[in-house]
Design a protein. Structure first.
Length: 276
């Protein structure tokens, strides 16, 4: 019987991903979890969802561990999202034979939704919250002696800074994220004042990560820790993907077919498959 590859992440990892900006585009190419599962000869359980944040990723891994024989798990991979996202349950039903029940032999059906930016927090809180999830998953897997890898799939906070700059120009967050807003994705698009502000915020957030109590205790199973090149780490997408050839378009920066294949090759190389 094949071992299980258990993956949770955001849209970069979602095998049901659809492009919001290009709804008619066929994006059914294999995603990196599917490619790696085939290489490892494992059965894939992919819990990833577009728009997911850290709470969704962590909670769904933990919940799934309650329903799987741990001896069948070959590898757990957490592909962490950007820090400001907020996830929360909108419904939780306990079902047995399609009937609501309190009994222990139940199957839990949970519905989730998310906000792309948590309006109740700040970046320092969002970073702290993320690092707690990283360390907590590390401790769970270590204590249960489960093989695991985790990494920052997309940048922890840069996306928020770009959106904040857009908000400052437009005076409000765009209500419809599918509509084009002023695209700011390189330094040349910024005024000197905007660039200075962005660099200042980045230094503040990097210092916050460096000074965190989790900085020294998150271990080598976190690929690319501590997630930013200026701290001698990296996020996977930023390190692997070419913005010209590996993205769907200038508007939709999700990985295209070539991008997903590159992600799979890089992640597979970081997995010591001989020890699984």
């Amino acid at each position: 019987m094949k071992k299980i590859l258990l993956v949770a992440g955001c849209s970069y990892s979602n095998d049901r991903f659809r492009s919001v900006h290009h709804p008619d585009l066929d994006v059914t190419w294999p995603k990196w979890p599917q490619i790696i599962a085939k290489k490892l000869d494992m059965e894939l359980i992919n819990l990833s969802e577009s728009g997911a944040g850290q709470e969704y990723i962590y909670s769904n891994i933990i919940d799934k561990l309650q329903t799987i024989d741990h001896s069948k798990i070959g590898l757990i991979i957490a592909a962490w999202s950007t820090a400001p996202r907020r996830d929360y349950q909108t419904e939780s039903l306990y079902l047995k034979n399609k009937k609501w029940t309190y009994k222990n032999d139940m199957v839990q059906k949970i519905k989730w939704t998310n906000d792309m930016y948590d309006s109740k927090g700040c970046m320092h809180y969002w970073i702290d919250r993320s690092l707690r999830y990283y360390y907590s998953l590390q401790m769970v897997c270590e204590n249960l002696k489960l093989p695991y890898k985790q990494f920052q799939m997309i940048d922890l906070f840069k996306g928020y800074l770009w959106q904040e700059l857009i908000r400052r120009r437009t005076k409000d967050w765009p209500e419809d994220h599918t509509k084009q807003v002023p695209i700011l994705n390189k330094a040349a698009d910024l005024t000197k004042e905007e660039q200075d502000w962005k660099e200042k915020q980045e230094k503040i957030y990097l210092a916050h990560i460096h000074n965190s109590p989790y900085y020294e205790i998150i271990n080598n199973n976190f690929i690319g820790w501590p997630t930013d090149i200026r701290l001698n780490g990296f996020n996977i997408a930023g390190k692997v993907l070419d913005n010209t050839t590996d993205r769907i378009s200038k508007l939709d920066l999700h990985p295209n077919k070539e991008g997903q294949e590159k992600l799979a090759r890089f992640i597979y190389e970081k997995i010591d498959s001989k020890r699984l």
